[in-house]
Ligand binder design. Sequence first.
Ligand code: AMP
Length: 481
Amino acid sequence: MSKISFNDYQLSTNIVKALSGLGYMQPTKVQEEVIPTALEKKDMVVKSATGSGKTAAFGIPLCELVVWEENKPQVLVLTPTRELAAQVKEDITNIGRFKRIKATAIYGKQPFARQKVELNQKNHVVVGTPGRVLDHIEKGTLFIDQLKYLVIDEADEMLNMGFIDQVESIINTLPKNRMTMLFSATLPEDVEVLCHKYMRNPIHIEVTSVNSTKENIEHFFIETSDEEKFSLLKTVTIVENPDSCIIFCRTQEQVERVFDKLDRLNYNCDKIHGGMVQEDRFAVMNDFKRGEFRYLVATDVAARGIDIDSVSLVINYDIPLEKEKYVHRTGRTGRAGKTGRAITFITSYEQNRLIEIEEYIGFSLKKMEAPSKELVSNCQKAFEEKSNTRPTTKKDKSANLNKDIMKLYFNGGKKKKIRPVDFVGTIAKIPGVTADDIGIITIQDSASYVDILNGKGPIVLSAMKSTTIKGKVLKVHKAIK
Ligand code: AMP
């Protein structure tokens, strides 16, 4: 973290207020580099490690630059996974909370029609995975004529997942007069080519330090065999006794197998992989983030890019097939200034993979011996004690930001010809309430939702029970969702 504060940039007070609500006191290294350049609307290619605060690095300046009055999307963020899309949307909503920035996420395996309705509303920012975004553009359900800012997040992963052609097709449909920002942990040739082709003299920013693979994480490997892997996992978890741990496997089947075995041993665990339905994937990630369980067994796809604080241990049950994945997986620990440990299991025929990873990251993993029987028995008691206690649940970092916000539900919307301005006009006239106390407004066909800020929710709720909007009294209550 630097000595610079967010007040040193040309940011509106409502953005700075949200940042302080989120507990962001100072910009991280990548934010320090990116924010001023982005505010000048320059194209940029940013190479930065996972967990460096890169979402806010583009989220803060873009929330600042967006013109609130415009109804059509001005920002498009492309992400490789649905989880990341949902998370970026969440982060941007939090940063733009007091500017009333409306962000929406669109991704595959979710009803197209529902997304169409969402996209028809006022949206400043659209975050999505390439396939679904392209689909919406081609069908004319995502309006792109007002698009001024494009973010390509985790570009290297887009490439790995075979999305790069779709990304190109999307870029080709967008207005030329725009700013483009590309973020990537690594810059493979195809990504470089994309930058040259579609960006105007991009500024190159590279941020290593603080959250780099090396500094915050201790890296180890243990030699084993396929037959011994699971018993090694048991002993390693006993000795390490982590508060929070991700166990990475190569395939969905392997995740299922390891999870079943751990579950039978009463480990406080859950699993996530690409074969599960999206709702379950979100639910598991949210529970893990909140610290509801201790061990998450995962494939790469599901855990990619996801921001989980305080994972203290990453175990590569299967060594990753691609060297870049090693960085991404281990980047789940040692985030936001914390320290972590990463332990990789290696079978005799995987030595070459280890060498490849070491060459890639530029340092060697420390060799660790499999825990001895004596060590395991010494650690057993502490392990059992921890197993018998519930993990400490973590507070969502937006909880503080959102504590003074009440979402109100009204039983009328588009069908009653109600528009956001009707809510603003009516609510701002309530004694003690001003337009600044009104947050995001979402108008659906037969219902509307209005965020009331600054702790004024109860006043508005009570006043609106007897106040008309466009001559109609609407039913109002605190929204459940
Ligand atoms: P990211 O690299 O976007 O996944 O962010 C990593 C973590 O850092 C997330 O938990 C962010 O909420 C957090 N973060 C981002 N910016 C800041 C900041 N300026 N101060 C403290 N935490 C931050």
